[in-house]
Design a binder for this molecule. Structure first.
Ligand SMILES: C[S@@+](CC[C@H](N)C(=O)[O-])C[C@H]1O[C@@H](n2cnc3c(N)ncnc32)[C@H](O)[C@@H]1O
Length: 441
């Protein structure tokens, strides 16, 4: 029998779990808890000098504790904070953020200027990735700390259109024929059209009739794609889907800085910020802090479809974006043409290769943007002082790697002006942020 203990939760940590101490002084992490709560726990794993536990009974619930809205909460690994009201989530996330920055990066708390709330606290996600239940074809997420699947009928984090697909897809006869070969499914909303793009990874080439049966059974689908091998998925189906089956995202004129609304196109499976409403706030903040003018040259080293590059380049002399995803760059080129930005160019390249090329050419940029994947971008930091000569903006979705990288940047001639958190992912521990740096003179 696993041992039980009674502990008091001291604080929440990155990952969303509560930290407490066992009677022998060892640290224990307990999910679904709130600071101050006394909890009867069962130890599930002992790992060196700390342990993992599950809560058996909340003996003294915090006054703010609330009933989670989602029936899968606690089982599904997606959300960690539904037992907290949104205001309390924001406060806890900000505390964890500051603590992570201080512990990993030795970054002073007062550099963090605040956290921008998400305009929507549920129904905000425009894309989700699923595993497929082998017997039923149901879509699902992985259980916490496990590779087991939790099939779901809907997800409260996403939109009604995406939920319609989650619910109906497993009931369609064509899907029953297709799903035994399908490993993964990606559903992406096209917000301008309120339609969904379905992409699935399969081991067997699907019959065209089956794809058309899916489309007929689910009018909310804009297009279907499948990825079997190679550098790009097959599709769109239908072949004449508007915009080659791509998703459409609108940027209001006042944020784009162009007077009129602008559109981003994004191919199935290409990275797009998951919560579009707060992404617009993030773009607005980055634009304000960048303070570009007609002399500015902008370099975006993880530009994707041009999410920051295009708004920043509108009144700039030149914009250069690089990304390793050739499909994102193809979308980015179409987007900059749609936006009418002749001064912008985009290239398929890793950030490090781009920096080495620019270094050899003795090129410098007064504004450089970084927005790396979760692992951060440690490998490029030592080249930055030669290229980024004034402002550096680091957008991050992972506070621990951000803290590590900021520490290195500070040791290499950059100063932090301010850091702002953006709650891109309500109900979860994940947090987006933007750090404004400048080159010490
Ligand atoms: C978090 S996304 C950000 C994309 C874009 N800034 C946006 O807001 O939509 C990270 C991007 O980095 C790209 N990427 C991953 N590794 C890279 C590397 N070594 N060099 C350049 N880009 C990379 C990915 O393809 C992805 O588009």
């Amino acid at each position: 029998m696993e041992p039980e203990a009674v502990v008091t939760i001291e604080k929440l940590v990155h990952g969303g779990e509560g930290l407490a101490r066992l009677p022998d002084g060892r640290v224990v992490f307990v999910p679904d808890t709130i600071p101050g709560e006394k909890v009867r726990i069962r130890i599930t794993q002992k790992l060196g000098d700390y342990a993992l536990a599950r809560p058996e009974e909340i003996l003294s619930p915090a006054p703010v504790r609330q009933e989670p809205e989602c029936p899968y909460f606690g089982l599904c690994g997606g959300c960690q904070f539904q037992h907290l009201p949104y205001e309390a989530q924001l406060q806890e996330k900000l505390k964890i953020f500051k603590e992570t920055l201080a512990r990993v990066g030795k970054i002073e708390e007062d550099l963090v200027v605040g956290i921008e709330p998400s305009p929507k606290v549920f129904g905000y996600r425009n894309r989700l990735q699923f595993h497929v239940h082998q017997e039923t074809g149901a879509l699902g997420f992985l259980k916490r700390r496990s590779h087991d699947l939790v099939p779901v009928k809907r997800c409260l984090l996403t939109t009604p259109e995406v939920n319609e697909v989650i619910e109906k897809l497993p009931t369609i006869p064509a899907w029953k024929r297709l799903h035994p070969y399908v490993k993964r499914v990606n559903l992406g909303l096209s917000p301008v059209e309120n339609q969904v793009v379905l992409l699935f990874w399969t081991q067997l080439k699907p019959r065209r009739e089956d794809l058309y049966e899916l489309l007929a059974a689910l009018p909310v689908l804009k297009a279907v794609f499948y990825w079997i091998r190679g550098r790009a998925p097959e599709g769109p189906f239908p072949e004449d889907a508007p915009h080659k089956g791509r998703r459409l995202f609108a940027v209001p004129g006042e944020i784009a800085g162009l007077g009129a609304e602008k559109i981003f196109l994004a191919s199935a499976g290409v990275f797009v910020q998951a919560n579009w409403d707060i992404n617009l706030k993030l773009i607005g903040y980055v634009k304000e802090k960048a303070g570009t003018d007609e002399n500015t040259r902008v370099l975006d080293l993880h530009c994707g479809i041009g999410n920051f590059l295009l708004p920043l380049s509108i009144n700039a002399a030149e914009g250069l974006g690089v990304d390793t995803d050739h499909r994102a760059i193809a979308d980015g080129v179409d987007n900059k043409n749609l936006w009418g930005l002749k001064q912008v160019s985009l290239r398929v390249s890793s950030a490090i290769e781009a920096l080495i090329d620019l270094f050899k050419a003795a090129e410098t940029y007064p504004l450089v943007v970084l927005d790396p994947p979760r692992g951060g971008c440690k490998e490029i930091l030592r080249f930055l002082p030669d290229i980024a000569v004034d402002r550096l903006i680091y957008v991050s979705c992972d506070p621990p790697t951000l803290a590590r990288d900021l520490r290195i940047l500070r040791e290499n001639g950059f100063e932090i002006e301010e850091i702002k958190a953006f709650d891109m992912f309500p109900q979860t521990f994940h947090l987006e942020s933007a750090t404004i740096l400048y080159r010490k003179r």
